[in-house]
Design a protein around this ligand. Structure first.
Ligand code: NAD
Length: 456
């Protein structure tokens, strides 16, 4: 079990003693390891390099552009998040990854077709230098892909050992002082936790016997956590959302978070639904459909992978609207989600929502949303923020031994929580939780928006 947080004390005129977490400085390079070097990963890495070269701006990133209000509204203190906390600098990021296709990051980015060639060519030498390591990959878990750049081993434990050797090799050869892993790999088939996932002992035994309950993404998670490396999960797979991973994360002080980046349609849902509930508008139904034509869309065309995604997308409304508390408003809503693979669209997904609401005296109304979004453009800043915040958590005494970083729920469709706790999906509560966590770490007053003191 991890040691309890060490804290320093700061005194202020108002509060007797405020605890400030011990945060190690962000010294040296931060090594970013990405299983899955497809559309999201390449858009993220190319974007970081473009920002470093002053070719573009990191729109959408809270760590790069966001501010945080401190103290009273009248204090006028709103530093940038990255100036308030010791986050790693973009110049200090170095990258590696794994993929069952052996395209370097420039080639993979060209194939993904998200960023224009003109921009990609300006960062080509850098992107071409990042080549994927052979993946731990098994077609049984992602039926639509058939890559051959894969590791071989007599059992899953051997594959995990090969990944651990990759991690050690990257650390040594890149000179990284610290590491982070973020899963940007394909969505795997739907799996449920079994006995194999309940403890480290059971999990290791299951790896040795090639138990089918152990998916490739879990092998990456195990290898990272065994190396003390934090792990974020951008897909809806279970991966680190398992008792064994919670245990390992706490034991090795390697923070974890997931699941499934909150972009596109679900982002819209978690913006709109809290508004309906706040104004006590009822909901008869919410029909969501998507067309997308990238590799992610192709993978999700398989019913097994779609089921994993569907579960992640469906849970959102239920948790925000709380039909058990508001049976008259939300007790009978019908929530349907469809994803159709339609190649001409590439990464430029179109998400339609038809929302049937009702108001005063039960009178019905309709809202139609047509979001012509760019999936990976929405996901890339999330990847950046998660990496920088997980690295912060690893360096912070109060966070590194707690396992799941629920304060990062803001970024996920299906946020991980302590067992027995329901997830918070409302984007605005999630943001408040994130910013209050940052304030808390620095011994600043939490913001409750009570505001009565202005009328004393
Ligand atoms: N783009 C978004 O807005 C968004 C939002 C939420 C979640 N996601 C999830 O993020 C993931 C990546 O999305 P994408 O659009 O980049 O997909 P993509 O298909 O372009 O890239 C995924 C990559 O993962 C690789 N891969 C598959 N299995 C692997 C394994 N075992 N080890 C290493 N690599 C493996 C594939 O070869 C592919 O290159 C998907 O799971 C997707 O569902 C994306």
């Amino acid at each position: 079990m991890a040691a309890r947080p060490k804290t320093a004390q700061k005194t202020s005129s108002k509060t007797a003693a405020i605890k400030i977490a011990e945060i190690q400085p962000a010294k040296g390079k931060l090594g970013v390891m990405i299983p899955g070097m497809g559309a999201v990963a390449t858009t993220f890495v190319a974007g970081v390099e473009a920002v470093r070269k002053r070719l573009a701006s990191p729109f959408g990133s809270l760590t790069q552009m966001g501010t945080i209000r401190l103290g009273k509204r009248t204090d006028g203190r709103s530093p940038k998040v990255k100036e308030f906390l010791p986050l790693a600098a973009l110049d200090d990021l170095v990258f590696t990854g794994w993929d069952p296709f052996d395209d370097d990051m420039y080639t993979a980015a060209r194939k993904a077709g998200v960023l224009e060639r003109e921009l990609l060519d300006q960062v080509k030498p850098f992107l071409s230098s990042i080549k994927p390591r052979p993946a731990v990959f098994d077609r049984n878990y992602v039926k639509k892909l058939d890559g051959h750049h894969v590791k071989k081993g007599k059992n899953k434990m051997e594959l995990a050992e090969q990944l651990r050797a990759d991690i050690q090799d990257f650390k040594k050869n890149s000179g990284a002082a610290r590491l982070i892993t973020i899963w940007c790999g394909s969505t795997e088939i739907f799996l449920q936790p079994t006995g194999a996932h309940q403890s480290l002992k059971a999990f290791e035994k299951a790896m040795q016997t090639n138990d089918e309950a152990i998916a490739p993404s879990m092998i990456y998670a195990y290898a990272s956590l065994m190396e003390g490396v934090p792990f974020a999960n951008g897909a809806p797979n279970l991966t680190v959302d398992l008792p064994v991973m919670h245990e390992l994360s706490r034991k090795n002080e390697a923070p974890i978070c997931g699941k499934d980046f909150k972009t596109g349609q679900t982002l819209m849902k978690t913006i709109l639904a809290p508004g309906f509930k706040a104004r006590l508008l009822g909901l008869n139904g919410w029909f969501s459909t998507n067309i997308l034509g990238n590799r992610d869309g192709e993978v999700l065309d398989d019913p097994g992978s779609f089921k994993t995604k569907e579960e992640s997308k469906l849970s959102v409304l239920e948790h925000i609207l709380q039909p058990d508390l508001y049976p008259d408003l939300y007790g009978k809503m019908s929530h349907v989600v469809r994803i159709n693979y339609y190649p001409p669209r590439g990464d430029n997904k179109e998400g339609w929502d038809n929302i049937d609401i009702f108001g005063w005296l039960g009178y019905p109304m309709q809202i139609k949303v047509d979001f012509l979004c760019r999936d990976s453009i929405l996901a890339a800043p999330i990847v950046l923020d998660l990496i920088l915040f997980l690295d912060l958590a690893k360096r912070t005494s109060e966070l590194n031994g707690i396992g799941i970083q629920e304060w990062l729920s803001f970024y996920f469709k299906s946020p991980m929580t302590a067992p027995g706790l329901y997830p918070e999906h409302d984007l605005f509560i999630q943001l408040m939780k994130l910013k209050n966590t940052l304030r808390h770490l620095k011994g600043e007053e939490l913001i409750t928006h009570l505001g009565l003191e202005y009328y004393d």
